[in-house]
Design a protein around this ligand. Structure first.
Ligand code: BJW
Length: 333
């Protein structure tokens, strides 16, 4: 499996304060007996599951070098990333918000999918009733060849553009050119002081020639794309979802976070993959003697550590082993 890559992988030129988020090793080769029992119990249930949903967030792409929103790395030029992801921020200062998104486009283009992106893509190829709901806008799941009909982008894409004019319906997807205007090239140079770009230097609508373009992402207070929400609802209504994989998300943003409770209320079980598992997310009580036969008593599993390490291991009974070579071809062995 070879991944086309439009931008070379030299030093990151973009502007997050902490572009590479170091992730402690989960040292999967030295599992304690209780962690091994937890994994065996999860894998036994996974093998018995027919319909599976994944809800993924920024932590999935952390090992690919893309910062998460909350916590370390969620600052861009001393601005809280969450405060830039609003229609109000764009309307107040489109130059600032466009530079934020231009830097993120550059970073996403130069990042590579990691083993968890490939593992989920492989699970989709092997299980027709597996669907991934991604909150990520970086395009890495698509670049890992996740089957498109089994991948829903809840929060849009960095590589979609929309006209902001009320009277214009222009929208373009898969627009990978960078920078979008010559002036936006400065967004990638964090070492230079921030410079305001006048509206004439920001992306303009090629259809109406008057409106400013904006990134095709979903900001706070905006509705999620209705086709996407409907497709997710249709999947959930079509039959009981046996398992939801909750990967690298803080679960704080709605309606995305609500899918976990919906699956739980249907009687589905939950597996959480996160570098930081808090007490409220911890497993059901298990004993070190738990065997893989005991999953009937479980409603939840947690895997604390880097999703890029844990997800491929957890899914191994279905997908086999995933290896991602330097240069980033994902190979199944
Ligand atoms: C690792 C790791 C490693 C790190 N391995 N793990 C109900 C209740 C309360 C509020 C609301 C509600 N319903 C709606 C709202 C309002 C609002 C909302 O949810 N607010 C909350 C703050 C409370 N929701 C909305 O406004 C949504 N719209 C809406 O509801 O519209 C209704 C409507 C209907 C009709 C008309 C009009 C309106 C829209 C939400 C849009 C969110 N957009 C963003 C920006 C997208 C564009 C961009 O990328 O810039 O989406 S915000 C940001 O948060 C982004 C993310 O997708 C989203 C979720 O974040 P995520 O992915 O979970 O990242 P983090 O950083 O939070 O967490 C990372 C996790 O990874 C952490 O747990 C780490 O520990 C972990 N991790 N490294 C594994 N290596």
């Amino acid at each position: 499996m070879t991944v086309d890559h439009p931008v070379s992988r030299s030093a990151l030129p973009y502007g997050f304060d902490c572009p590479i988020v170091p992730t402690p090793s989960t040292q999967l080769e030295t599992l304690t007996p209780s962690v091994a029992a937890n994994l065996a119990s999860f894998q036994a249930y996974l093998r018995s599951s027919k319909r599976i949903l994944a809800l993924v967030g920024a932590g999935l792409s952390a090992s690919s070098g893309l910062p998460t929103f909350r916590g370390a790395g969620g600052l861009w030029r001393n601005h809280d990333a969450m405060e830039l992801a609003t229609p109000e921020a764009f309307s107040n200062d489109p130059s600032l918000v466009w530079q934020f998104y231009s830097a993120r486009r550059a970073a996403a283009l130069r990042a590579m999918p990691n083993k968890a992106h490939y593992a989920l893509a492989e699970l989709a190829k092997r299980m027709p009733e597996f669907l991934t709901l991604t909150q990520n806008v970086d395009g890495l799941s698509t670049r890992a060849n996740h089957p498109p009909d089994q991948l829903l982008h809840l929060h849009g894409s960095l590589f979609s553009l929309k006209c902001t004019s009320f009277y214009c319906d222009f929208q373009e997807d898969n627009h990978f050119m960078h920078p979008l205007t010559p002036e936006l090239a400065i967004a990638s140079e964090i070492s230079t002081p921030y410079t305001h770009i006048p509206q004439s230097g920001l992306p303009r609508c090629p259809k109406c020639h008057t409106g400013l373009l904006r990134p095709g992402v979903v900001w706070f207070g905006e509705p999620l794309p209705w086709r996407v929400v409907k497709a997710a609802d249709d999947f959930i209504s079509a039959g009981k979802v046996d398992l939801i994989l909750v990967i690298g998300t803080s679960g704080t943003v709605y309606p995305a976070a609500g899918y976990v409770d919906r699956i739980r209320m249907q009687g589905g079980k939950v597996a959480v993959f996160n570098i930081d598992i808090d007490d409220s997310e911890s497993d059901d009580d298990i004993s070190e003697m738990e065997s893989e036969r005991s999953y009937a008593n479980r409603t939840k599993w947690t895997f604390e550590g880097d999703a890029a390490e844990w997800v491929p291991v957890a899914l191994e009974p279905i997908i086999g082993q995933i290896e991602v070579q330097e240069g980033n071809s994902g190979n199944l062995v």
